[in-house]
Design a protein around this ligand. Structure first.
Ligand SMILES: N[C@@H](CCC(=O)N[C@@H](CS)C(=O)NCC(=O)O)C(=O)O
Length: 283
């Protein structure tokens, strides 16, 4: 089959003011701060600047899991960064993440302040700092990190590829939706085969690899991402589905996934989190 064509790229690409896509007003081809504004700082050792997207909830789930294990050093303030309003381009945010994407973390627990950006790096940092949710054994640790890196490399095909063209693009382009649906289903099959032989992604224990992968692929099969569960026929990935439900039932996950949530699609929202009692409304 052939796809309709019509667009011929010019010799040099030039940005047009509006491309009509959902994110057209915030995307631009340059980096760096566009306005001066400091970030707020709360009372806890960890300061998170984020939004309740799949990349954002990886970190709030991890922090809630650490708190559930009794690590008081994981107490955090979670500030809302409204990316659709361009808050990721403030001078304060860019100092924490020069890439202007959520999530971004500042650790004030020691004399030398530490910034961490990229959700995979933040998960790894927290797992190293608290010695939790990452295997100690070298081989098992390597397997866990392979899956963590798999997630950060693979999810752009699901989010920036499938999700963008299926949900956000100004027109439905069959070629793009076909290409990224196929890749997303292939990735789900990778996970399904893995989970047919293992309770969790990196083996027998729940790790940062599960947290990272669940936030994207778990939510996808549970119908909580792009409303694409029927379109992608996710019910056929039975092992992914069982694993996704098991993780969804964890108390820390129930808390973490609503932090910095401001999407009208989501039933429970906690726009900012500064204390465990902020979750009392769930009881
Ligand atoms: N590779 C990054 C991706 C982060 C990312 O894409 N964040 C999105 C929200 S999920 C964002 O901040 N977008 C704002 C923008 O593109 O300006 C990570 O894993 O942290």
């Amino acid at each position: 089959m052939s796809y309709p064509t019509g667009y011929q790229p010019s010799e040099i690409w030039i940005m047009e003011n509006k491309n009509g896509g959902t994110f057209s007003n915030i995307n631009k081809p340059t980096a760096g701060a566009t306005f001066e504004k400091e970030l707020p700082v709360g009372k806890h050792p960890l300061q998170l600047y984020s939004l309740g997207t799949p990349n954002g909830i990886k970190i709030t789930i991890m922090l809630e899991e650490l708190l559930a294990l009794g690590h008081t050093g994981a107490e955090y303030d979670a500030w809302l960064c409204r990316i659709h309003k361009g808050e990721q381009f403030s001078s304060g945010f860019v100092q924490v993440n020069p890439n202007s994407k959520i999530p971004a973390l500042v650790d004030n627990s020691s004399q030398k302040q530490q910034r961490v950006f990229e959700s995979g790096a933040i998960l790894f940092y927290l797992s190293e700092k608290f010695k939790e949710f990452i295997p100690i054994n070298f081989n098992e640790r390597t397997e866990c990190l392979s899956w963590l890196f798999w997630q950060t490399g693979s999810a752009p095909y699901l989010g920036g590829g499938f999700g963008h063209f299926y949900k956000y693009a100004p027109e439905k382009i069959k070629y793009a939706i076909d290409r990224f649906s196929m890749e997303t289903k292939r990735q789900l099959d990778v996970l399904d085969q893995r989970l047919s032989k293992n309770d969790f992604i990196s083996g027998q224990n729940y790790t940062i690899a599960d947290i990272a992968i669940w936030s994207w692929y778990g939510q996808l099969v549970l119908g909580e991402l792009y409303n694409a569960d029927v379109f992608l026929d996710v019910a056929k990935y039975q092992h992914v589905m069982a694993w996704a439900k098991k993780i969804d039932n964890r108390e820390a996950v129930k808390r973490g996934k609503i932090v910095n949530q401001s999407s009208s699609d989501k039933p429970n929202q906690l726009r900012e989190r500064h204390d465990m009692s902020d979750f009392d409304f769930l009881k």
